[in-house]
Each structure stands twice: as structure tokens, then as C-alpha cells.
Write a protein that binds this ligand. Structure first.
Ligand SMILES: Cc1ncc(COP(=O)(O)O)c(C=O)c1O
Ligand SMILES: [Zn+2]
Length: 383
């Protein structure tokens, strides 16, 4: 393994990779991982990659042992057959819903569950009413870990059924979503249960770097000019950014794509911070949205999200509920892609990006389709 240390940029805390950590124990900020890039450079060559999925890029990942894998990653990229026609450039979709539990989260979960196995922690927990909980439950079942998922008492639907089907324990916490986070922190603090938080653990976004590695390779090491993603807690965007940055550092690619983050107007802390030139997000009032995966009113990784967007020349933008619904329908009817509403958020943002002149002629745009339509059948009721 080429991981050297786990560090906190905020307060200077550091520890070695053998220590189970979620957030910084001193200040509560998200932690970062530092690798030995000189050794990575000697160990790996882009012409000689072997295996597939998570194993293909193992030198870039924080694992000693083979991953606790269910076969995640190596997802297909398909060219748009219709919606791209409205753009001056070319549109592609990366089909993340083909991952083992039906969403991109599996790329992050394989990291947190592998670390839990390496640390010989017998139990994991996360707070999520959606895909991250279902993913953790599935990977825990495979790895033989006890899993508890904390959800707001109001949560319902296919994702909750999926969590229970894998045999995970469901803890319902009354009150708003944030109460589930407070409760899990209280319950796991000082215990042997690893808080495998997709919004806080430094390991989760590391697995999402593989989207950037795969895209770079799939486009012949000449990555697309734009990647457009939905932003909730930000692991997806931050992970993709870290991945492209790794490859640029090794000169495997000579340019990092512009990373655009799309939110819904009903809950848009990143857009507000971006437009006001704040360097971090602030708690935002939110309204219910059909795009439940981006309903996070103050993402823990707000600062890193904004840095990723700004440093790549990307934009943060918001879309309306009706634009999301229309994009969801078009994805199914014109592209044959059955996704959940959150996955349609960047598709809805595309027209706005194009109208603002952000996409140049001939430029290539990739949108990951993050979750399956089977995850939220209710959203299709009136379609
Ligand atoms: C389907 C789907 N897409 C996108 C996101 C947003 O990802 P992130 O929280 O990493 O920003 C989520 C988060 O739950 C999701 O479930
Ligand atoms: Zn700290």
C-alpha cells in the first residue's frame, strides 16, 4: 500500500493508516489521505494495468489486502443517442447504476468495508436513507460484518426494503435527517462499531477516484472536457476530482476536466456558496425534493467541493423540480436509461450550462447516471 498518513488540513491532526478513523478526532473536519507518489510512479504504468474494477487501480487506493469486492466499477460508457443533439459538443453517460447494489456508492463502500475488515472491526454503521445505506448493508452481508443503518423515521421506499433485505438493522430516528447523524455519532463514539460514514470517512471518496481513472482510460488518456454530476454530500464530485488530480500529477493525462456540480433549487448550499464567492458552504434552508440524494443542507465536504469546482473552471448551478422530472422522463424515453430522480439532476443542468456558453463546440461531456430507476419506483407514478 502506498498510503502514508491520514491528516486533517484544518487543525494539523495526523495518524497512521492502521488507526480506524472517521472524522478528525480533534476538530471534527473531514480527513484527507497522503500517498507516496514517488513510489506509486515507480510501481505502476498506464500501459500495464491488469485486472478490472477496483483491483485495476489498486496502487492508487488505501488498501493493503484485496478489496472486499462485489465486482463494482468498470461500468460502461455509452454515447447519447438523442439528448446530446441539443449540445454544441458530444454527450456520454457512464452507467453507474449497473454497480452491484444499483448505485455508484458501491465504489466508496468497497473502501470503507475493506478497511473495516483490515482493522478487524466486526460492526459498521452509517446514517443514510438511501443508496449509501443499501450499499453498506450489501457489502457488510458479503463481508460478514454486522451493519446498522440509521434513518429518519419518515424514510420509506425501495432503498429501505433493500437495506433490510441484506439483513442490516434499521434504526429509525424521529425528527429531521440531521438527528440521525447526531444519534449515530452518539451511539458509535467510544464503541467497536466503525462509523463508516459516506459523508465523513476519508476512505469513501477514495473509491470514487476510480470513476476518473476509468474515464481517462476509456477516452484514451485524453479525458472529456466536462464532467457534470449531482452534488449532495459531495463524495462523488470530490472523489472524481482527486482521481483526475492523481493522474495529472503522474502525467498520465495533461488536463483535468471542468467539473460542474448540479443541485436542486430546493436545497442548494453549494450553489449559494459558489455564487457568493464563499470558500465554504453555510447551512441552507431546504424544501422537499424528488431528488433525495442531493437533499443535504450543509455538506461536510463543502470546502473541498467548492475547491474542486473552482480549480477546474467548472460551475455550480441549480435546477427546478420540474426540470428534474422532465430530464428523468427524457433519459428513459429518449436514451433508454431508467434512473432515479437524483441521477437526472445533472441532465437537467446541461441545458443551462449550454445556454451559458460553458460547453464549446466539439467538447465532450460525461454525466454519470448514478442510481437505478428501480430505487424509486414512486417517482414514475405519474409518468
Ligand atoms: C443516486 C445518487 N446520485 C447522486 C448522489 C450525490 O452524491 P454525493 O452525496 O456524493 O454528492 C447521491 C447521494 O446520495 C445519490 O444517491
Ligand atoms: Zn482536525
Amino acid at each position: 500500500m502506498y498510503l502514508k498518513e491520514v491528516v486533517c488540513d484544518n487543525c494539523g491532526f495526523g495518524c497512521d493508516p492502521g488507526t480506524p478513523v472517521t472524522a478528525c478526532p480533534d476538530c471534527g473536519s473531514p480527513l484527507k489521505l497522503r500517498y507516496d507518489f514517488d513510489r506509486i510512479e515507480q510501481a505502476v504504468n498506464r500501459e500495464e494495468l491488469s485486472d478490472s474494477g477496483t483491483e485495476r487501480f489498486r496502487e492508487f487506493l488505501p488498501l493493503d489486502d484485496p478489496p472486499a469486492s462485489l465486482g463494482e466499477g468498470a461500468t460502461p460508457v455509452v454515447g447519447s443517442s438523442s439528448l446530446g443533439g441539443d449540445l454544441p459538443g458530444e454527450l456520454y453517460f457512464k452507467l453507474e447504476f449497473v454497480n452491484p447494489t444499483g448505485s455508484f456508492k458501491d465504489r466508496g463502500t468497497v473502501m470503507t468495508v475493506s478497511k473495516a475488515c483490515e482493522w478487524e472491526v466486526g460492526a459498521v454503521a452509517d446514517d443514510s436513507s438511501g443508496n449509501a445505506g443499501a450499499s453498506l448493508a450489501g457489502y457488510s452481508a458479503m463481508a460478514g460484518l454486522d451493519c446498522t443503518v440509521y434513518v429518519p423515521a419518515s424514510a420509506s421506499g425501495e432503498k429501505i426494503v433493500q437495506v433490510k433485505s441484506y439483513g442490516a438493522e434499521l434504526k429509525e430516528v424521529p425528527g429531521p435527517r440531521e438527528r440521525a447523524t447526531d444519534k449515530i455519532k452518539e451511539d458509535t463514539s467510544g464503541t467497536d462499531t466503525y462509523y463508516a460514514s459516506h459523508n465523513l470517512s476519508p476512505y469513501f471518496p477514495e473509491g470514487l477516484k476510480t470513476i476518473a481513472y476509468e474515464l481517462s482510460e476509456e477516452f484514451g488518456w485524453n479525458p472529456p472536457e466536462h464532467v457534470v454530476v449531482p452534488v449532495g454530500g459531495g463524495a462523488l464530485l470530490v472523489g472524481i476530482h482527486r482521481g483526475f488530480r492523481d493522474l495529472a500529477r503522474l502525467d498520465w493525462i495533461d488536463r483535468i476536466p471542468r467539473l460542474h456540480g448540479v443541485q436542486v433549487e430546493s436545497c442548494n448550499p453549494v450553489v449559494r456558496a459558489f455564487e457568493n464567492s464563499w470558500d465554504r458552504t453555510r447551512p441552507t434552508e431546504s424544501k422537499p425534493t424528488i431528488a433525495e440524494g442531493v437533499h443535504i443542507s450543509n455538506p461536510e465536504r463543502g470546502k473541498e467541493i467548492l475547491e474542486a469546482i473552482r480549480s477546474t473552471g467548472g460551475r455550480a448551478l441549480g435546477v427546478t423540480e420540474s426540470e428534474v422530472k422532465e430530464a428523468l422522463r427524457k433519459l428513459a424515453r429518449k436514451e433508454g436509461l431508467f434512473s432515479e430522480p437524483t441521477s437526472a439532476v445533472p441532465v437537467a443542468g446541461l441545458k443551462r450550462l449550454s445556454d451559458k456558453g460553458a460547453i464549446g463546440s466539439g467538447e465532450r461531456v460525461v454525466i454519470p447516471i448514478t442510481g437505478s430507476g428501480l430505487k424509486d419506483v414512486e417517482a414514475w407514478k405519474d409518468s
